[in-house]
Design a protein around this ligand. Structure first.
Ligand code: PMP
Length: 422
């Protein structure tokens, strides 16, 4: 399996609460080791972000970095993960990691998670809190992000995605999506679309959902706490007006898709991606396609309800709603695609072509990388009385090494730091 190329270096900060210590350092990508006894591995206790950077005038420009850091902190608060580093410190760590990666475009994955702990769900007071960030290549995520692309097929999942904290990016919250996601490929779809328990549309596994009707964009409301307040979603809400479109948060049911002019999804990875087909699993193994969905027999909600009642399994079939790729309701001899217009504008913004939106870009200058992570981070520590230690470059990657068990049989100090023994 070929994974995308990662940047050259990663950054880690480890907070050791009982030792009043934070260890920080940059090191060679792929060397960091996480013990199998980490709390995050057993219980999914962590949170992460996904950020993109694009090439602008030969330099890396990070898109909406502040908003991503804000959301990371909000998620960390939800998870009660205490990392005594300021937002500015985290922002700087991300910028520095991008600088050291030598890449001018790509994806950034920062995360906060609980390291080694005892077996209890309640984290041991000595549990270390780890911040880690790396960069990697990321191209067209859904392979439908280009103008003229037909659009992708999505499958309404056969079960609602029951997930804790759907409005934050908690690692564990993705388990329900990960478990149901393979259904989509069974039916030749790219991604699952989830309904809530009332049969209303929420979002996809890793992106937000939108339907265009006439000159209005409809999207499920964030307020109900069933969808992630996506940063791309927010970008769309702000640029819609400039294209003469209204942005409305509203409950959407599968039936509403029958009269959609266009459908699209957004996300940092997904960017703005068109949807050309929505598949709904049904009983009887029949796969029926109906032009623009308008001739669909009966009521989709009723069909879905019935299917669920009968406990349909993915292989038993789907019905498909074909979504037009152009906005037909616009009284224009040449129908236009608002999704294409939104995507073009989005791409202009991320590539620094819109002066008004340049405040959303953090340009990473090619100054010499900082040498002392300790010096760099000392000023960003928010808790008094903490010491900042530089992890020796070659030692950083053993920072999560298992310590000896205490007399009680519990891990006495969680994580240890040592030099590599090669
Ligand atoms: N919903 C979910 C579940 C996601 O994982 C993502 C990707 N972060 C999104 C929506 C889109 O959010 P954003 O635009 O901030 O990337």
């Amino acid at each position: 399996m070929a994974f995308p190329t990662r940047g050259k270096e990663e950054f880690a900060a480890v907070y050791m609460p009982m030792q009043k210590l934070v260890k920080v350092g940059f090191g060679k990508m792929g060397r960091m080791k996480v013990p199998i006894t980490s709390h995050a591995i057993d219980y999914g206790t962590g949170t992460f972000e996904g950020i993109r950077f694009y090439e602008v005038n030969g330099k890396a420009a990070i898109f909406r970095l502040n908003e991503h850091v804000e959301r990371l902190f909000a998620s960390a608060k939800t998870g009660n993960y205490k990392l005594p580093i300021s937002k500015e410190g985290i922002r700087n760590a991300i910028i520095e990691t991008v600088r050291r990666s030598g890449m001018t475009s790509g994806y950034i994955r920062p995360k906060i998670f609980l390291g080694e702990s005892s077996i209890r769900v309640s984290p041991h007071p000595e549990t270390h809190v780890v911040f880690h960030v790396y960069t990697q290549e990321l191209l067209d995520y859904y392979k439908t992000g280009q103008r003229g692309d037909k659009g992708m097929s999505v499958l309404i999942a056969s079960k609602p995605r029951r997930t804790p904290f759907p409005n934050s990016k908690m690692s564990g919250a993705y388990q329900a999506g990960a478990a149901l996601a393979p259904e989509a490929s069974v039916h030749g779809a790219t991604e699952n679309l989830y309904l809530n328990s009332k049969g209303e549309i929420s979002e996809l596994t890793g992106s937000n959902f939108f339907m265009i009707k006439g000159k209005t964009i409809f999207t499920p409301p964030v307020i109900r706490g069933e969808v992630l307040p996506g940063i791309t979603r927010d970008t769309i809400s702000k640029i819609a007006k400039e294209l003469g479109l209204k942005f409305v948060q509203k409950t959407i049911r599968p039936n509403d898709l029958l009269s959609a002019d266009e459908v699209f999804v957004t996300g940092t990875a997904a960017e703005v991606s068109k949807v050309s087909e929505i598949k709904i699993p049904i009983k009887n193994g029949k796969i029926a396609t109906y032009a623009a969905g308008r001739k669909l027999p009966g009521n989709i909600d009723a069909i879905l309800k019935e299917a669920r009642k009968k406990g349909i399994v993915p292989k038993e079939g789907v019905i498909s709603i074909n979504i037009p790729s152009k906005n037909r309701s616009v009284e224009d001899p040449k129908p236009i695609s608002y999704v294409d217009l939104l995507r073009d504008k989005y791409k202009d913004i991320v590539h620094g072509k819109e002066a008004k939106r340049q405040k959303w870009l953090t340009i990473v200058d090619r100054v010499a990388p900082i040498t002392s992570a300790k010096e760099y981070f000392s000023k960003h520590i928010t808790e008094s009385g903490l010491n900042v230690h530089e992890m020796p470059d070659r030692g950083i990657w053993e920072l999560l090494k298992l310590r000896k068990m205490g007399p009680s049989g519990r891990i006495s100090a969680g994580l240890g730091v040592g030099k590599r023994s090669e």
